[in-house]
Design a binder for this molecule. Sequence first.
Ligand code: GUN
Length: 284
Amino acid sequence: MKIIDGKLVSSYYKENLKTLISSKGINVTLAVILVGNNPASKIYVSNKTKECREVGIETKDFYLPSDTPENELLNLIKELNNDNEVDAILVQLPLPKHMDEFKVLSTISPSKDVDGFHPENIGKLAVGKPFIEPCTPKGIIRLLDYYEIGIEGKRAVVIGRSNIVGKPISLMLLHRNATVTICHSKTQNIENITKEADILIVAVGKPNFVKRNMIKENAVIIDVGINRLEINNEYKVVGDVDFEDVKEICSYITPVPGGVGPMTRAMLLENAYQLAMHRKKMCK
Ligand code: GUN
């Protein structure tokens, strides 16, 4: 079994990006909006802004209380859409329950949509003409390519159908000519399907969900889960895959932490750069 080292691969992409940003002398500014105080979201957002600074991307951070009226958030997004200094906008998910996620994401200008979650950008992805690709799926494809793991003709099984990961990674694998099956909470006899997977992508948010009886020998396993467990008064982050249980059977596996997570952040930085280049008409 080989470990897919997301820290190593993300450093490679971040170094490349840092060089590109300084050599082009381009200013890149990302606006980050966090509503409420979800502890996991706070950590994600602070990691994201820290890594922006490391590669030379400026950030404007907006922390709004959890009871912010939806209209205030929409007005802030509209202001940022019109702010010439801002190249890219990120609204951290999940949003508080009183907010309509679709409405919020649809308000971000598609040309500043760093996550690629705007329906126009998802639509472009769906027809195979992506303008900007969602960060986690983009990072997964980069990992597979870095390790020269073939996608074409392979049987890929995705567990999870979220708009953030499951749906877009399924589309991206399909565009790379994999045969893709999507499983979810209502799938019956899921192990019969996952056992067929050459490439298994797991994004369900359930700690240690995937066990050895669910995978084929020599499968490639990509674990997107980040689950915080409290064990003996200590917090431990575990994935959606029971790493110890499957490690002897699979050919490659992403660890948690240190697998997909760092790649998501690296792709966010790359997307911010791409949007800035596009806005400043520095690329085709
Ligand atoms: N919450 C969990 N993952 C993501 C992501 O990739 N982008 C945003 N904006 N929020 C998230």
